[in-house]
Design a protein. Structure first.
Length: 194
């Protein structure tokens, strides 16, 4: 169709003539409301950005001669990070003579990897990097799944709290008339005029 005829059709329909495929032979055009088209594309892009997740690498630093309680605390942090869907970079810092015993750090990293095996996997094997030994753990579940689970758990806890409040309120309402009768009887017995 000639361009002037297509423009005339667009004006009659009160629409815009938009070139869809300019490189095609002949070029492909479409009759549409261009403002609405741009708005819908912007909405789709915004929705895509909202659903996009950023992978965050959390870092946990350990020493080769870490005490058992400190190890459990650090392991708890690693578990929390993996549950949230984040990667965890574990760094073991060697100082002084510890640098001559890298197998201590390697064993510690292997132990930690085994302890959190159900939540994550070893993404990057332990390797020596100067005075430090580094290992990266990746979560089994994606960040979006972790967020959805956390949101569902939060909603469940809120529902439980609301149910508890409702039960307490019903209990108070049921107890109040009996308590008022007791107070009236006490008041009648103590009244000096009677």
């Amino acid at each position: 169709m000639p361009t002037d005829q297509a423009l005339k059709l667009a004006q009659e329909a009160d629409l815009d003539l938009v070139e869809v495929a300019p490189t095609a032979r002949p070029p492909v055009c479409k009759l549409m409301d261009y403002g609405k088209f741009k708005y819908e594309n912007a909405q789709k892009a915004r929705e895509a950005r909202r659903n996009q997740t950023n992978v965050i690498i959390k870092e946990m630093k350990l020493r080769p001669k870490i005490d058992q309680h400190d190890y459990e605390t650090k392991k708890g942090h690693v578990v929390r990070f993996l549950n949230q869907g984040d990667k965890v970079k574990i760094t073991i810092m060697f100082r002084g003579r510890e640098q001559h015993r890298p197998e201590l750090g390697f064993r510690l990293l292997q132990r930690l990897a085994q302890d959190v095996d159900e939540l994550g996997f070893v993404e990057s094997a332990p390797k020596q990097d100067g005075r430090n030994m580094i290992m990266v753990l990746g979560p089994h579940k994606k960040k979006a799944e972790a967020k959805a689970e956390a949101k569902a758990a939060k909603a469940e806890r809120a529902a439980e709290r609301q149910a508890e409040r409702d039960a307490e309120h019903a209990e108070r309402v049921a107890v109040t008339p009996a308590a008022e009768r007791k107070q009236k009887r006490r008041g009648e017995n103590l009244d000096p005029d009677m």
